[in-house]
Design a protein around this ligand. Sequence first.
Ligand code: SF4
Length: 442
Amino acid sequence: MKQLSVFLINPYIYDYSAYSFWSSPLGLLYVGAILRKNNMDIRLIDCMRTVEEKRKADGRGPFIKEKVGHLLPLRGIHKRLKRYGISKEQLAAELSILEPPDLILVTSIMTYWYPGTQEVVEIARELFPSSKIIVGGIYPTLCYDQAIIRMSKADLVVRHNEIERLYAFIENRFSLALSFKPSPYDLHDIPYPAYDLYNDIPFVPLLTSYGCAFACTYCATPYMHPRIVRRDAGHVVDEICYWHEYGVKRYIIYDDSLLYKSALFAKPLLKKVSTLPFPIEIYNPNAINAAFIDEELACLLFSAGFQEVRIGLETIDAGLQVSTGGKVNLKVFERALGHLSKGGFSMDQISAYILSGLPFQKWQDVKASIDYLSGLGVRTHIAEYTPIPHTPLFDTYHMHARYPISEDAIYQNNALFPFAWEGFTDEDLAFLKQYVQDKSSR
Ligand code: SF4
């Protein structure tokens, strides 16, 4: 049987700011690994390239970028739009020297990044008219009706939980039977993501679970992954040992439930990692939940190689904390700080996220949260609220946004501050960003 050839494409994006906080197309690389196990020949074209000379010691780095003119829906918005990643001309040049593949998989991550995905699909369609193009990722998952219109040049658009449609499409179009068709939730059956397709691997994200025990009103995790599925600690450690053979030292954990019921998962995992015969560095760009941190866990996080701990505080307003999900309060936050400090973390290694720009939030609420954290000596990250479809906050308030966020996902970009109002203006946000900087430089 003829071996199918597959291109995996991570498109370039248009945005007002972007930086690689250990970003990579993890889902696409998992699907690539599954197809490779089905004897397909896979090739990666990752448009989101980093300026390697500027990559930091921890693996983060700036994407290559270029200023561009405004995209049509964004005309009239006085901010400088850029393209992050390689240009469409460079992509076309790189693709045009390759043999046409049988299949092209294109991922689409943030909902408001769809213009880059759409262009990439159109380039691929023009260059390879007979290849089958499939678009997946978060954009089609959260904005399916918009995606099937905008990705009309693709042969199939799939949501994240529709891998069976992808399998069926491949079997029908190529008249074959795939021998390996795992669910993405079979965390012990799916192969490791195909990071070996990169020449250098500066870091590897570890998928340790899906889902979350909480239901914060601004977060899409409960919609996307309604139940918690976890991977055995031993399986995760096996993966670390596998990538160690490739020289990988840094691992990224995005787990929304990492510390939930820690006796069953996080503690066994961290104990195993702590006793590896080689040291590793672990980063957690997603916040972890302060409510689950006890002294033993703090020590284990430190000894396993966590380089920093980011905690989601979101606000010090008790009413807002409860109404948005109730995952933390000031008492448990301060108790967690004490445990982390005893566990070995310096205050430089601990930081907290504060949510900014929620519907009808007042700027004074954010300032009070910054002042509170500053008083404790905790570094603050302002997390600008992104309205995400299928979340309670989006469903309740979308009509109050200053842009039509439910009609066109491009307006869901938090850089546009969709929920600015007279109680929290663009100027207030600029003030708060400067205020945080001033506080942290003191
Ligand atoms: S705890 Fe985190 S992942 Fe879970 S619902 Fe809340 S914001 Fe989402």
